[in-house]
Design a protein around this ligand. Sequence first.
Ligand code: NAP
Length: 330
Amino acid sequence: MSQTFTAMVIDDADGKPLAGFRDISLADLPDNDVLVEISHSSLNYKDGLAITGKGRIARRLPMVAGIDLAGTVVESRSPAWKPGDRVLANGWGMSETEWGAYSRFQRLKPQWLMRLPEAFSMEQAMAIGTAGYTAALCVDALEAWGTIRPGEGDILVTGAAGGVGSTAVALLSSKGYAVTASTGRSETHDYLRGLGASAFLDRAELASEVRPLQKERWSGAVDSVGSTTLANVLAQTVYGGAVAACGLAGGHDLPGTVMPHILRSVALIGVDSVHAPMPKREKAWRTLAQHLDTAKLAAMTEVHPMRDLPELASRIVAGAIRGRVVIEIG
Ligand SMILES: NC(=O)c1ccc[n+]([C@@H]2O[C@H](COP(=O)([O-])OP(=O)(O)OC[C@H]3O[C@@H](n4cnc5c(N)ncnc54)[C@H](OP(=O)(O)O)[C@@H]3O)[C@@H](O)[C@H]2O)c1
């Protein structure tokens, strides 16, 4: 086993977080029960914020960044896992309070790990990554609410060319829903059509002043943008419809009114991936295994070595990444 290995570490530089590559050893890792050799991780919006320092993600320093991983168990003090098991993990505070995935080895708590679904290689699991798993949590949440049906009405996906958005478009369309993709990048229309979008909405149309009740357009929606966009989506959702909100790429405020909720019974369903309980995670990964077309997954994915992280982080924070980015660790 390598004595030292490279990790992306956020350090304290005069009271400010500063990300950089650093050699660490097994002795530096936290004393958790399962040692995993990480094969792949991915780039998510939160990773972009952590690495660029544009968001205060790490709540203690030094911190190994990276919020998701796929890898192989090397040692385990837990009866739940044994050497050779192929596992994945999303969230659980990695990169915030717990050392994360941009490191060849990491020691993790046994309850954070899931068995890698047989449908996916490690690279594919991280092509899905936290963004894709969150998209599946959103789709599951809308279906559990019970008011959307394939073939009945339109489902809107905002931030459609991003990671959550691309996976949501692909999943919903293969489940038979008519998907409208809202994007600010018209050059991604062919790409989004390839993932299954059947109509498009310029994101500028959702960025204007919010009138409390607008023409009813969407049976349901997956929103990763927040702010004015989410408020307008709620105001355009049909009577009894539901919106699953998971993101803040456009801002964390919500400048709307209660009118869609109290006059049209519109539901706003909040979706968190970081501390989602294990049964919800397992359901989301089952949804992905059953309904995500791996050819579409390949079309939305680029693969990069870990050394590209600083440049990729700037690009995702600028909204300039299309689809998903896998990071090769091993
Ligand atoms: N709740 C959770 O547990 C959870 C989990 C994963 C992600 N998230 C959140 O979900 C969001 C998306 O994550 P991601 O990984 O998909 O990021 P991403 O790949 O960067 O996608 C975000 C997309 O949002 C759109 N966008 C960016 N800036 C915008 C702005 N100022 N106004 C309107 N639209 C804008 C862009 O889509 P177009 O180019 O198509 O317009 C962009 O591609 C982030 O806020 C992330 O933190 C939350």
